[in-house]
Design a protein around this ligand. Structure first.
Ligand SMILES: N[C@@H](CCC[C@H](N)C(=O)O)C(=O)O
Length: 277
């Protein structure tokens, strides 16, 4: 038996087990991840974040992201903010601007004076093959057949895949009706995070996300980035948007094609713990 030190954190209620892989040896297989992620038999989390050192010059850390179903993924917005708060609070760095490698490129979190964290999440991508999404041509809105109903989606890669739908009311049952079906739709060979966005004003949206590998979460940071980018591409939103999720609000800015998405929001430590594996 071995023990694992971890910190429970949350960003807008999207909750994480954060593991220091710099100062302790960590080996986690998919079955162990699922057991730790179980809210009744384990600790419970939407994602587990594993912090490691990076061997790339100029990069401070590497961090790996695992969904509650044990799958490893490329990117996590709320997780990036919690990662930054974690490495500073745990004394792993004294920098407040950090360069961190993920499975899909380098992102740059910055701790703000008031406690929020701003992350340069990199530039979004739209080419169907990059999502990956099966489509004959590039388009801002694709029609998707979901169990006999046709829905309009905008596909966005924030490193991880997103399909964003505009709905008249985020609480009208679309998340429950379409979320899992879109996540597992055959036109998304790597599955997808399914976002449902209600436009409240040109600078304000309500958003719910059914996450790949975790189900609906209280908030999804990359989902918020993808929704704002989709709304801007569709001509519905301005460059800076306040996003209301079930877990609270965050701000997203995007200056357009080829430019990075900037996300600002909270990152909170809940408790430290040790679990026997
Ligand atoms: N909660 C995250 C996204 C985590 C990964 C996602 N479920 C995926 O499979 O791509 C966020 O805040 O971005």
């Amino acid at each position: 038996m071995s023990s694992l030190r971890f910190t429970k954190m949350q960003g807008l209620g999207n909750d994480f087990v954060v593991v220091d892989g710099v100062r302790q040896q960590v080996a986690l297989d998919a079955a162990t991840l699922r057991r730790l992620g179980d809210r009744h038999f384990g600790v419970g989390f939407d994602q587990l974040l594993l912090v490691e050192t990076s061997s790339t010059p100029g990069i401070d850390f590497r961090y790996r992201i695992f969904n509650a179903d044990g799958s490893e993924v490329e990117q996590c917005g709320n997780g990036a903010r919690c990662f930054a708060r974690f490495v500073v609070d745990q004394g792993l760095t004294d920098k407040t601007e950090i360069a961190v490698e993920t499975a899909r490129g380098v992102i740059y979190p910055r701790l703000e004076a008031g406690g929020d964290v701003t992350v340069d999440m990199g530039a979004p991508r739209f080419i169907p093959a990059d999502i990956p999404f099966v489509a004959e041509a590039d388009a801002v809105v694709h029609q998707l057949d979901v169990g006999g109903e046709t829905v309009g989606i905008t596909v966005v890669s924030m490193g991880n895949p997103h399909a964003v739908q505009v709905v008249s009311d985020v609480n009208n049952g679309a998340v429950e009706r379409f979320g899992a079906a879109i996540e597992n739709h055959p036109r998304f060979p790597a599955r997808v995070n399914a976002g449902f966005m209600q436009v409240l004003a040109r600078d304000e949206i309500a958003l719910r996300v059914h996450e790949r590998g975790a189900g609906e979460t209280l908030a999804c940071g990359t989902g918020a980035c993808a929704a704002v980018v989709a709304g801007i591409r569709r001509g519905l939103l301005d460059a800076t948007v306040r996003v209301h999720t079930r877990g609270g609000g965050l701000s997203i800015s995007w200056a357009g094609e080829g430019r990075p998405v900037l996300m600002t929001g909270p990152a909170v430590t809940v408790f430290d713990g040790v679990i026997t594996l």
